[in-house]
Ligand binder design. Structure first.
Ligand code: DAH
Length: 346
């Protein structure tokens, strides 16, 4: 009875520190588990004589009830605590608008490139591609550059590091897409009618020059090709891409690989030539978009084409210039800064 009294005295206090269901089960088992203090006393009941057994049995039942009652109170307390925690949490507000993922899209220069390609493909051109690293023979020599041409200087061209002791032509990052003209003529007999889009590299880096930029090259070689074909092709192209508001003109120029050579200008899309202080055309009314000309007979010969039989025209256009005209962007550098606010406005 003394042991039972001690238990009865401790029961309520034993549940007070309980903070979780496992703890609750452990405290309960301390009293009424298989090895619990009350259970062990109960097992000893048969040792008692009849009358005392009855009294002790009643006392045991009272203590068992007390343990069960304390357990119920404790359970209640744990439940209320959990609920209070739950209510105190930040509520889930299903009426809040969702967060919209930002949808990406092509950069204006990529869009421009795809549209330029489409325009030429619609005129019957094939698309040819060449490597961005090439030999100096394809980039300069076969195109008629004299060996001391300043473009071959280290200032202008990125040459690749040569293996030790290597002789022969040096490898470089192509400075223009005209390398593909050479490759195309060396690998295909005329008629040839291709455009070659791609990245080109020069050691230039300022507000209006990026060390990497994109060009598209065109080459047509066949019997009886004349400058008028070039003029018509570029005119059709410009009208298709920019509509009637933009006109083009050709100016005499010089390139080692064409004779005659011309520069292709497009009328200023921003001011149309009416603003002497225009930021885009600097008041001239025209924007240079590329070079072109009749393929030089020496270039044809260098590339295995008989210049007595065939003639051809070629052109090279700067994609960023075309994008400036299309989107009426006065500063070329805006296209390379990749400020999303600017790009989304186009
Ligand atoms: N390759 C020249 C450049 O990068 C552009 C060019 C001029 C390409 C005349 C041509 C051409 O095909 O005929 O500046």
């Amino acid at each position: 009875m003394e042991a039972l009294d001690a238990i009865e005295h401790d029961v309520d206090a034993s549940f007070l520190p309980v903070q979780s269901d496992p703890e609750l089960r452990a405290v309960y088992a301390r009293w009424l588990g298989r090895e619990g203090a009350v259970t062990l006393l109960m097992r000893r009941m048969p040792e008692l004589p009849g009358p005392e057994r009855k009294t002790f049995g009643q006392a045991i039942n009272r203590v068992k009830d007390k343990v069960e009652a304390a357990k119920t109170v404790c359970e209640q307390r744990l439940r209320e605590h959990a609920r209070a925690l739950d209510l105190g949490r930040e509520p889930l507000d299903v009426s809040l608008p969702g967060r919209k993922p930002r949808v990406g899209r092509l950069h204006p220069l990529s869009r421009m490139m795809y549209d330029v390609i489409d325009a030429f493909v619609a005129m019957g051109f094939d698309v040819a591609e060449g490597p961005e690293t090439d030999w100096e023979t394809n980039n300069f020599e076969r195109l008629g550059f004299p060996p001391d041409h300043p473009a071959m200087d280290m200032q202008d061209t990125f040459f690749l590091q040569q293996p030790d002791g290597a002789t022969g032509p040096r490898a470089l990052l192509r400075t223009h897409t005209s390398t593909v003209q050479v490759r195309e003529m060396l690998s295909h007999a005329p008629p040839v009618m291709i455009v070659a889009p791609g990245a080109v590299y020069r050691r230039d880096d300022d507000a209006t020059h990026s060390p990497m930029f994109a060009q598209i090259e065109g080459l047509v070689v066949d019997q009886g090709i004349a400058l008028s074909h070039l003029r018509g092709t570029l005119d059709t192209f410009a009208r298709k891409l920019f509509g009637e508001r933009v006109t083009t003109r050709m100016r005499g120029s010089y390139f080692p690989f064409t004779e005659p050579s011309v520069e292709l200008d497009a009328s200023c899309a921003l001011c149309g030539g009416s603003d002497p202080s225009c930021r885009m055309c600097k008041g001239s009314g025209w924007l240079e978009v590329g070079g072109a000309g009749m393929v030089h007979p020496t270039v044809l010969k260098n590339c295995g084409v008989d210049p007595e039989k065939y003639t051809g025209f070629a052109f090279g256009l700067g994609i960023d210039r075309l994008a400036m005209i299309r989107y009426q962007i006065p500063e070329i550098s805006l296209l390379y800064q990749n400020d999303v606010r600017f790009l989304e406005s186009l």
